[in-house]
Design a protein. Structure first.
Lengths: 287, 271
């Protein structure tokens, strides 16, 4: 018993130290930084509520938050529809199912930096692949990343493309859990394919919908490398993301207190949005 | 109806699969094309050349970045497996004071978004004097809460009788973990290894904060800096530099795709 106590403490002590230094301390210090002004060169000074006040009136920050909502309003629905469609297709008797699954999953394993560089070229106005195809079809080229109206939607489509394989796996797992007996029963009742989908498949996948909505929302708030590489936040700051703004405040402007304040605000916003989504889903389910 | 359906299904799937695979095929072929040909949709270069690769290799230290990324990702993966197993074993199978606190803390930190701790972690690294060191890239990732919880969950299912008889034989807890538990835990160890390695291999925000010296940059970081700084100069060169990052991953993915999908989908990592 004493030996067990001793080995237990010994084996978990490194993790305990790690947690204190790299988790507990940073979380606590984030809350301290909110009240400091610090350029990392001179000593930090107490700034009271300056950072918070600045944040509340900072048009650039709120622009970035608004941009994120534009991103989410396209990304989340598109992600659900595309992932669900592909999962339903893969859930049939198929030749080479693992091949199809592997193809859809491929972008998930590729670094976001590579995907951003690749898609900058696909979206390029004059030489981009997508516009070349459009022009072959007789349409006019679209300045995807340089038009303020299309830049964020273009990025949202790209991120959906990159992650869809991941969500397909989640939906495929959910589809396995719909009992055979239910499927047979509803077929015996003479339901059409649409009715089966609408009244059996769709509601049965509720836990998966919640997971997809929550994860793609959190992922959307963490948008960084895509605007960093593809647009630098432009045109007209329409693709500026919160994390990009946080990064620039820390790295380019050396404002640690303000950058940490943005981080804390972002965490609160993510928490609030996910909470509201859960409530709304709960209410929709009750109807 | 039954005879028409499969044709439409396979046509749709082929189209979808092409959407996911074609951009990577085009990218691969573009790296072998001279500048004037890059814009073409064709996958076969008419005048194949290795110039893009020569230029990329000469202009930025991609060989060194490949070494850095390999070193960092391998060290982190080994640490997460070894230290993570020790922690998970203690939490799952040993009664000791502090175990419930560790358990609760591990669950709790999974709920905290990384953006909250990003800046305090960065100032910590600056104060430790770790900017431009491997320590900055490695030490904050030595433990991983997701990995610990997964390992713990798996270790809970291994029969107690194995531990009891090993203790009778006078084995230490360390030996029980590494000679009895590890061989039984290969599936979960491989899941943890893949998502840890991939997470580290593809990470770009953290290196961008703590490394400025070109020779210490990891691949995704150097690639980003190279493409943004105009060092590449042409599409072919910047895509060729991306290939250094992609090829090892795709080769591993082709051989281990089942494990990759299981691992990355299970852990919630989306690169």
């Amino acid at each position: 018993m004493r030996a067990e106590q001793k080995s237990g403490s010994l084996m978990s002590a490194p993790y305990g130290v790690f947690l204190l230094v790299f988790a507990v301390y940073p979380i606590a210090f984030a809350l301290v930084l909110v009240f400091l002004q610090w350029d990392l060169v001179t000593a930090p000074t107490f700034a009271g509520a300056d950072n918070v006040r600045l944040l509340l009136h900072d048009g650039r920050f709120w622009r970035a938050v608004a941009n994120t909502f534009v991103f989410l309003s396209i990304h989340v629905p598109l992600q659900i529809v595309s992932a669900l469609a592909l999962a339903l297709a893969l859930n049939r008797q198929l030749a080479g199912r693992s091949f199809w699954r592997a193809a859809f999953f491929l972008p998930v394993v590729i670094s976001g930096a590579v995907v951003a560089i690749l898609w900058s070229n696909l979206y390029a106005t004059d030489v981009g692949l997508i516009n070349r195809v459009l022009m072959k079809l007789g349409a006019a080229p679209v300045p995807w990343l340089t038009d303020p109206a299309t830049a964020m939607p273009a990025i949202a489509v790209m991120v959906t493309w990159k992650n869809v394989g991941f969500y397909v796996i989640i939906y495929l797992a959910g589809l396995q859990y719909i009992p055979r007996s239910c499927q047979e029963a509803i077929e015996v009742e003479g339901a059409t394919a649409w009715q089966r989908f609408r009244y059996l498949t769709l509601p049965s996948l509720l836990p998966q919908h919640i997971l997809v909505i929550t994860l793609s929302t959190i992922n959307g708030f963490q948008l960084f490398i895509e605007p960093y590489v593809m647009t630098g936040g432009g045109p007209l700051r329409r693709t500026y993301s919160v994390v990009l703004y946080l990064y620039n405040n820390a790295f380019s402007y050396q404002k640690m207190g303000y950058a940490a304040t943005i981080g804390v605000a972002l965490a609160l916003i993510i928490g609030a949005v996910v909470f509201v989504q859960r409530r709304l889903i709960g209410r929709a389910e009750a109807l | 109806m039954k005879s028409l359906r499969p044709v439409a299904l396979y046509a749709g799937l082929t189209l979808a699969a092409l959407t996911f695979v074609y951009p990577f095929l085009w990218m691969t072929s573009a790296t072998f094309k001279p500048p004037l040909e890059v814009g073409s949709l064709s996958l076969i270069p008419h005048h194949p050349t290795l110039d893009n690769y020569r230029t990329m290799w000469a202009r930025a230290p991609f060989g060194r970045a490949l070494l850095n990324s390999t070193l960092v990702a391998t060290t982190i993966t080994l640490a997460v497996l070894v230290f993570g197993s020790m922690t998970a074993y203690a939490m799952a199978r040993l009664r000791f004071r502090g175990s419930p606190i560790l358990n609760a803390a591990t669950m709790a930190i999974l709920l905290v978004p990384g953006q909250l701790t990003l800046i305090p972690l960065y100032t910590l690294i600056v104060q430790l004097g770790w900017v431009d060191t491997y320590a900055a890239l490695i030490v904050p990732y030595l433990f991983n809460a997701t990995a610990i919880l997964m390992l713990r969950q798996f270790f809970l299912q291994i029969p107690q009788s194995l531990i009891d008889s090993a203790r009778m034989d006078g084995m230490s807890e360390f030996r029980i973990l590494f000679t009895i538990f590890w061989p039984l835990s290969k599936p979960v160890l491989s899941i943890v290894a893949i998502f840890t390695f991939m997470g580290s291999w593809n990470e770009v925000l953290w290196p961008l904060l703590v490394v400025r010296e070109q020779h210490l940059m990891t691949l995704p970081q150097l690639l980003t800096v190279f493409a943004l700084g105009g060092g590449a100069g042409s599409i072919g060169v910047s895509l060729a530099s991306a290939m250094v990052l992609v090829v090892p991953v795709v080769v591993a993915y082709v051989f281990l795709q089942r494990n990759f999908i299981e691992s990355m989908a299970g852990s919630g990592i989306k690169g």
